[in-house]
Write a protein that binds this ligand. Structure first.
Ligand code: EPZ
Length: 419
């Protein structure tokens, strides 16, 4: 297994380009199951989750061509031998449940493993299932799998009890061929949901309201293959913005989706950093001392839960006390114990973490526990005194394309080595 070794203390200076968004690519890959022609997706990053999703689509019977130019993915699904997403794949990547909607919509049946727990929380899929049942699907749950059958789904008015991005996406994917109109109320507003809806409309679907809390999908008979470019990854962009701010850096983040990051932009400015939109990106200039701020994660367009660990890293060396509240997931503070090993002063009480800024962190051997926690440990290593080693970075590779190369190009002393 690989690990990342960092000698802290360097300011980040220069330019970095944001890759395509993992959480936009995955639902687009699932959408390719809806048509039997070649679907083309461009600006696809090299990430572990995308490789896992390719394995799943191959298992279902899709043909996949990763063509040049770099980052182009072509997928064709003429038929599926068995519409089943096995536990071995779903347990490593919860987003595999996104095949449920398209399989039922086009092939009238699906057998998908329940995802089971995830490091950051229970993350059930009861709302995905409830919506499909409301659309007339026969659903059975047995031996850890959900079996769904539906000759023809019918439009329904579905209220999502909790805002769920993949829940919204899965039901959108199910509804495109349903009889009549499906309305998703309390739908997720994330840009990745909008990216999927735009692609489905290019394929011939009739979807309106994406980006608002009420999405309407009018079922259509046929869809055609599409060539779609993936939006930039707002969480990768945000991670680099925080990296520049906390290292007193001066970094231009190119292809940065500035408009998707309003809450982070605002919060970084409250810390004293400069966040300026320029012609081809966003420039973040760090200030010192860093001012402590309070942060509460809520669904989009609120402060993203996927940026909570990263902003916490920054607050460990801020000049006061910061209260960070995680409202989306029940167990997303696993980076705290690792940060405390570096000398951070953090107290967790339920969904709240109180961070008292310290003068400096000291490098230490650390262990990554989940995707965004591993990013926060890398950020802490950039500012810590001495050497930091982060192991189990396969978590990091799920969602960041060549992060050590990008950071090294900005002046960080960082290497990937073998454990
Ligand atoms: C998406 O997950 C992202 N993943 C997550 O990114 C992100 O953290 C999350 O949205 C929140 O922004 C993808 O898009 C692939 P959930 P999503 O499991 O929507 C409750 C990353 O780092 N819930 O639906 O699938 C659940 O318990 C990942 O890239 C139900 O109760 O998140 C949680 O409290 C991590 N019942 C909340 O909704 C359901 O049926 C959201 O969790 C579904 C969800």
């Amino acid at each position: 297994m690989d690990k990342i070794v960092i000698q802290g203390g360097n300011r980040l200076v220069g330019e970095v380009t944001v890759s395509g968004a993992k959480n936009a690519v995955l639902p687009l890959m699932a959408a390719s199951l809806l048509v039997d022609g070649w679907n083309t997706i461009t600006n696809v990053p090299k990430l572990r989750d995308i490789e896992t999703f390719k394995i799943l689509l191959n298992h279902l019977g899709s043909e996949i061509a990763s063509d040049s130019p770099e980052g182009t993915l072509k997928i064709r699904t003429k038929d599926v031998a068995s519409p089943e997403a096995p536990y071995e794949l779903v347990k490593t990547m919860r987003a595999a449940v996104l095949v449920l909607g398209p399989l039922v919509s086009r092939f009238k049946r699906a057998r998908v493993s329940l995802p089971g727990g995830c490091a950051i929380g229970a993350r059930p899929i009861d709302l995905h299932i409830k919506g499909l049942r409301q659309m007339g699907a026969d659903i059975a749950i047995e031996s850890g799998y959900v079996e769904v059958k539906a000759n023809k789904l019918k439009g329904a008015k579905i209220y999502m009890d909790t805002i769920t991005v993949t829940g919204t996406e899965n039901l959108m994917l199910a509804a495109v061929h349903a009889d009549g109109m499906t309305t998703l109320e309390n739908a997720a507003l994330e840009p990745e949901v909008v990216c999927l809806a735009d692609a489905l409309n290019q394929m011939g679907a009739h979807i309106s309201g994406a980006g608002t809390d009420t999405i309407r999908i009018e079922g259509v008979k046929e869809l055609r293959p599409v060539n779609v470019r993936v939006i930039p990854d707002r969480i990768e962009a945000g991670t680099f913005m925080v990296a520049s701010a906390m290292t007193r850096g001066n970094v231009l983040i190119k292809d940065c989706p500035y408009n998707y990051l309003d809450s982070l932009n605002q919060k970084l400015k409250e810390t004293g950093a400069e966040v300026n939109q320029e012609e081809n990106g966003v420039r973040v200039i760090g200030d010192w001392p860093i001012r402590s701020i309070d942060v509460k994660t809520i669904p989009y367009p609120g402060f993203p839960t996927d940026m909570q660990a990263q902003i916490m890293s920054m607050m460990t060396i801020a000049s006061g006390l910061s209260v960070i509240t995680e409202t989306v997931f029940e167990n997303r503070f696993m980076h705290v114990s690792e940060l405390k090993r570096m000398g951070a002063d953090i107290t967790v009480d339920g969904r709240c973490a109180v961070v008292r800024g310290v003068k400096r962190l000291s490098g230490a051997p650390l262990m990554a526990t989940d995707l965004r926690a591993s990013a926060s440990l890398i950020l802490a290593g950039l500012v810590a005194e001495g050497k930091t080693e982060v192991s189990r970075i396969y978590h990091l590779d799920r969602g960041y394309e060549n992060i050590e190369k990008k950071l090294k190009a900005l002046g960080a002393k960082i290497e990937r080595t073998k454990e």
